[in-house]
Design a protein around this ligand. Structure first.
Ligand SMILES: Nc1ncnc2c1ncn2[C@@H]1O[C@H](COP(=O)(O)OP(=O)(O)O)[C@@H](O)[C@H]1O
Ligand SMILES: [Mg+2]
Length: 281
C-alpha cells in the first residue's frame, strides 16, 4: 500500500461515510444521460447519451473525442461535480442519487480535477502558499500528511514558488501547482480534463509524467480526458471513444488504437492529433 493511502487509513476515523471495500470500483457509471435545455428555444440537447464506464483504484481510463462530443459533461456529471444526469452513478460505492448533500460534500475531496487552464484554476490574488494554507484550513484531516515544501518537492517545484502569485508562474509551473493542490487532498480519483492542452509543447510531456507518477504513488484512479491520442496512449490503460454524446468504442488502449473496430473510431483516430504514430506502427 502506498505511503499516502496508509496515512489515509489512519486518519480516516472522523469520516461518516463507510470506507469502500478494496474491490469496489472508484467510479461505476451505468447508462448516464445528461441533457441540456436551450433556454431560448426550449430545445433539449443530449450531451451525454447512455454512457457506461468503470474505473478501479489505480487504473487510468481515458475518454477521447472531438471537441463538443460530451467529454467534460460526462466527467462532471459522473463525479457529481455540478452537472446532473440520470442513470446509476456509484462513486466509491455510494450511489450519487441516494446520498444527501452532506455526504456528497464528504465525498467531494475524494475527486480532484485538474483543468486545462491552470491559471484560470488559481486565484490570482493568492500566493501559492496562501492558497495551500486555505486548503489546509478547509480540510485539516486530509491535508496533514505532507508539508508545503515536501508537496512542492513531489511535483518538482522549488520552495521559492510558494511566495509567487499565479501571474509569476509559467503555464507548466501553474499546472504543477494545480496538481500539487489536487495531490494534497489525497483523492481516490483524479480527473484531468485536457491537462496539457493549454501548455507549451516543451512542458507537456513533463506534466503528463508528473500526473502518471502522482497516480502511481497515491494509488488513485485517473480519468483522463483528451483529444490527443499520443497523450492517452502514453498514460492510460483503457480508452472510451466518444462521438456526439455516445461511447462508440471502448477497450484497452493498445487494442482500440491498433485495431479499431468501429468505422467512426477509425476516422476519428486518423483525424486526431497524435494519429501519426498509428501510421508508423
Ligand atoms: N451548460 C450547458 N448548457 C448547454 N449546452 C452545454 C452546456 N455544457 C455543454 N454543453 C454542450 O454540450 C456539448 C458537449 O460539451 P462538452 O461536454 O463541453 O464537450 P467536450 O468536453 O467533449 O468538448 C456541446 O455541444 C456543448 O455546447
Ligand atoms: Mg471539454
Amino acid at each position: 500500500m502506498s505511503e499516502i493511502l496508509e496515512t489515509e487509513v489512519s486518519a480516516d476515523h472522523g469520516r461518516r461515510l463507510r470506507a469502500p471495500e478494496e474491490s469496489t470500483p472508484v467510479l461505476d457509471v451505468d447508462d448516464l444521460v445528461v441533457e441540456h435545455r436551450n433556454r431560448t428555444t426550449g430545445e433539449v440537447f443530449r450531451a451525454v447519451d447512455g454512457v457506461s464506464l468503470r474505473i478501479d483504484a489505480g487504473e487510468s481510463v481515458a475518454v477521447v473525442g472531438e471537441s463538443g462530443s460530451g467529454k467534460t459533461t460526462l466527467a462532471m456529471a459522473a463525479t457529481g461535480l455540478g452537472v446532473r444526469g440520470s442513470g446509476d452513478i456509484q462513486l466509491l460505492g455510494h450511489s450519487l442519487a441516494s446520498i444527501g448533500r452532506r455526504q456528497l460534500r464528504e465525498l467531494r475531496p475524494e475527486v480532484q480535477v485538474v483543468f486545462q487552464d491552470p491559471h484560470g484554476s488559481l486565484d490570482p490574488r493568492q500566493s501559492v502558499r496562501s492558497g495551500l494554507r486555505e486548503l489546509r484550513g478547509l480540510q485539516r484531516e486530509r491535508t496533514s500528511w505532507i508539508d508545503d515544501d515536501g508537496l512542492l518537492d513531489r511535483v518538482r517545484l522549488t520552495p521559492d514558488m510558494l511566495d509567487r502569485y499565479p501571474h509569476q508562474l509559467s503555464g507548466g509551473q501553474a499546472q504543477r501547482v494545480c496538481i500539487a493542490r489536487a495531490l494534497l487532498m489525497r483523492p481516490r480519483l483524479i480527473v484531468a480534463d485536457e491537462p496539457t492542452s493549454g501548455l507549451d509543447v516543451s512542458v507537456q510531456a513533463d506534466v503528463l509524467k508528473l500526473l502518471q507518477e502522482t497516480q502511481a504513488s497515491t494509488g488513485a484512479a485517473l480519468l483522463m480526458i483528451s483529444h490527443d491520442l499520443a497523450v492517452v496512449r502514453s498514460v492510460c490503460d483503457s480508452v472510451h471513444v466518444m462521438f456526439r454524446g455516445k461511447v462508440v468504442e471502448s477497450g484497452p488502449c493498445e487494442t482500440v488504437f491498433k485495431n479499431p473496430t468501429n468505422e467512426y473510431t477509425r476516422e476519428l483516430l486518423d483525424a486526431m492529433p497524435g494519429a501519426r504514430w498509428r501510421a508508423r506502427r
